[in-house]
Design a protein. Structure first.
Length: 382
């Protein structure tokens, strides 16, 4: 994110490229949380304790409470969170996990990291999340889990997916990497399936100063096993009872996340207010389609619109000093890394990936910037 005085083209970068429209507040020196973050870092440096210490334990407790679940387990990345959930459930080689084709590729790569096969089922063309009507037909004797993605901050159709999972005796795992504090029909994400994975990548609604992730669950035994697996399968120091990994949320990141967590409700409210203004401005725009808000629990990690003339729309916005990005330009089944899974192609995801484009969305947007984005987008004639 950027402060009000800076132009919209001012950018946040990471190793993967430009991240402007999805940049979260609290990631630059002048941010409102900067003092709290600095104090948190100083506290950890003074303590000399950097791995699996009191900051991680405190953050796990505080984030679980904020997410309205009994257990949160901090891990190295959101990708690891998915993989560890699968491994803790005994899902691996020879098993299949149904998941959507529209997401960051890490959703599916995490399934492969557990040794299982991602099975792609197309998305609802309006909600842009896993289409429950198509899931049933994709279930085989090898299916062990359904993993919807709460994409862009909007929860998937969990009521329908929960019914399918229960009827077919499948694990329901939530990819909530983009959905901190989101709800589905009034129920917090992470409380509906057996577990949820979330990410604290710096551009997420709650972002660290590096990689980080967590598992949310109501199941105490599952949480305990994931705590073992993240730490090499250790039950006591130097005693490894099972094949685990090294995926631990470090003390510095946990302390930073603790400092920022108290700002998250206000940041979420700001995102929703920005989205409301965008929707009002774009309601009659023929050249753009705005995905519906299906649930008031939407937390607007991103604000995507659909433009058939996407290149012209991005050029139109750039001429007005407004940066837009594409999340995501390539459906996961078309990624070369997934070809070994013999992925099914998904026509709706193909179309969406050819049209979707994200408008600036982060709490640091000023009132004038919000107006400028909304007016510029509304003025696009195709």
């Amino acid at each position: 994110g950027r402060r009000q005085a800076r132009p919209l083209l001012d950018r946040v970068r990471d190793a993967g490229g430009v991240l402007g429209p999805g940049a979260a507040a609290g990631h630059h020196p002048e941010a409102e949380d900067a003092g709290d973050v600095k104090a948190a870092i100083d506290r950890v440096l003074a303590s000399g304790w950097f791995v699996l210490g009191p900051e991680v334990e405190a953050f796990e407790s505080e984030f679980a409470a904020a997410s309205q679940v009994p257990h949160a387990v901090g891990v190295g990345t959101g990708t690891d969170a998915i993989t560890l959930i699968l491994r803790a459930l005994g899902i691996g080689a020879g098993d299949e996990v149904i998941t959507p084709p529209l997401s960051a590729a890490y959703s599916a790569l995490a399934i492969m990291m557990a040794g299982a096969r991602p099975v792609f089922t197309d998305i609802d063309p309006e909600r842009l999340t896993l289409d429950p009507e198509l899931v049933e037909a994709a279930i085989t004797s090898r299916t062990r889990a359904i993993m919807p993605v709460h994409l862009y901050g909007q929860a998937a159709n969990m009521r329908a997916l929960e019914a399918i999972a229960r009827r077919r005796n499948l694990a329901l795992i939530e990819d909530a990497a983009q959905a901190h504090l989101a709800t589905a029909d009034g129920r917090p994400v992470g409380t509906i399936g057996i577990a949820a994975a979330t990410s604290f990548y710096p551009t997420k609604n709650l972002g660290a100063a590096g990689d980080g992730g967590a598992v949310l669950t109501r199941d105490a035994q599952l949480a305990a096993r994931i705590k073992r697996l993240r730490n090499g399968g250790q039950v006591t120091r130097y005693q490894h009872d099972e094949f685990g990994v090294n995926s631990r949320l470090d003390e510095l990141q946990a302390a930073i996340l603790r400092a920022r967590l108290k700002y998250l409700p206000a940041w979420t409210a700001a995102r929703r207010a920005i989205a409301k203004r965008y929707r009002a401005a774009l309601v009659d725009t023929g050249a753009l389609t705005v995905p519906r808000e299906y649930d008031a629990g939407h937390v607007y990690h991103l604000f995507p619109v659909m433009a058939e003339a996407r290149d012209r729309f991005q050029a139109h916005m750039k001429e007005r000093g407004i940066e837009t990005l594409i999340h995501y330009p390539v459906p996961i089944p078309r990624q070369p890394a997934l070809q070994s899974t013999s992925p099914a192609m998904c026509a709706i995801a193909d179309r969406v990936c050819a049209q979707v484009v994200s408008l600036p969305m982060y709490p640091g947007l000023s009132d004038g910037q919000i107006t400028a984005v909304a007016e510029a987008a509304a003025a696009f004639g195709g």
